[in-house]
Design a protein around this ligand. Structure first.
Ligand code: C5P
Length: 292
């Protein structure tokens, strides 16, 4: 065993999120375009005699239900070894915001412990373990811009140009992803088609037509998020008032506003209109979970 390993594991937004009819497993087929951001959780793993987790900057539970602990156990089981490590996570991705913060911790833990334990697990095996932990975890391993199909866990990296500067408007109160999907089911019309991302949209991603991507962006969970979150509604209204393109990230309630000019001045304008809201600047696409 070597010394400490430090990994940065990014959050994401969904530039496109089409949802299909719920299947017998309770999951929904998705067709989504993920973009990794430069806001990342910091995962440090050190040698230890048992398995311990400490979360800095968050009051999230650190027990067996924590996705980082589940990731450590899953990787150790795959390798046939005992999970021995002290994991320390510094949270920077907003919690329960639709930005895959928990998935980032799982992906970051897989990368960190694979190195700490000297496993050199083949990439496709790490992706399979990731998919058992959550639908967003495989994407966080890959990063960049990627198409997610099946449950969102089958990842196809996309050719993508352009830089996206975002102001993320986060909410104190998070949003339950299963709850959002249940509300989606309750409102879904019969005969809902299988979801897909159109070729025109992928072409805009490829050439870096950022304005076109924002204009044609779709998120089937956005309406439910806005109906349930006054804070997200206020954030969206502030973007509309400023004439700024915006999207709901995943199931929300984070609203991502696109900065077409100076992101710092947009952040100031949004913060002035939304007292109490935390507005963060982020850029995408960025890399997936990696050792630093
Ligand atoms: O995979 P993950 O644990 O992140 O998903 C959280 C919840 O979101 C699932 O338990 C399920 O209720 C819902 N979900 C879904 N269809 C997907 C992904 C997630 O219904 N494709």
């Amino acid at each position: 065993m070597s010394g400490a390993v430090r990994v940065l594991a990014p959050g994401k937004v969904n530039l496109y999120l089409a949802v299909g009819p719920v299947d017998v497993s309770g999951y929904h087929p998705l067709a989504t375009v993920f973009q990794a951001l430069d806001i990342a959780d910091d995962v440090v793993a050190r040698p230890a005699s048992g398995l311990r987790l400490e979360m800095l900057g968050s009051s999230l539970p650190v027990g067996e239900s924590n996705l980082a602990i589940r990731a450590a156990r899953a990787l150790a089981a795959h390798a046939g070894i005992e999970p021995r490590a002290a994991i320390e996570i510094t949270k920077r991705i907003p919690v329960a915001g639709g930005m895959a913060g928990g998935s980032a911790d799982a992906a970051g833990t897989l990368v960190a412990l694979d190195a700490l334990w000297g496993l050199a697990t083949p990439g496709h095996e790490l992706m399979e373990i990731a998919a058992t932990l959550g639908a967003d975890v495989p994407f966080i391993l890959v990063g960049g811009t990627a198409l997610g199909t099946r449950r969102g866990d089958l990842i196809t990296p996309l050719e993508a140009a352009g830089d996206y500067a975002w102001v993320l408007i986060t909410q104190d109160e998070g949003h339950s992803t299963p709850g959002a999907f249940r509300a989606f089911d309750a409102a879904a019309p019969p005969g809902l088609p299988q979801p897909e991302v159109g070729a025109d949209f992928l072409a805009m991603i490829a050439v870096g037509d950022v304005a076109g991507v924002l204009r044609e962006s779709r998120n089937d969970l956005a309406e439910i998020c806005l109906a349930n979150h006054a804070g997200a509604r206020a954030a969206a209204a502030a973007c509309e008032a400023l004439g700024v393109p915006w999207i709901v990230s995943g199931s929300g309630p984070t609203i991502a506003a696109l900065a077409t000019g100076d992101p710092e001045s947009l952040r100031g304008e949004l913060a002035a209109r939304l007292p109490g809201a935390i507005c963060l600047i982020a850029h995408g696409p960025g890399p997936g979970a990696r050792i630093v």
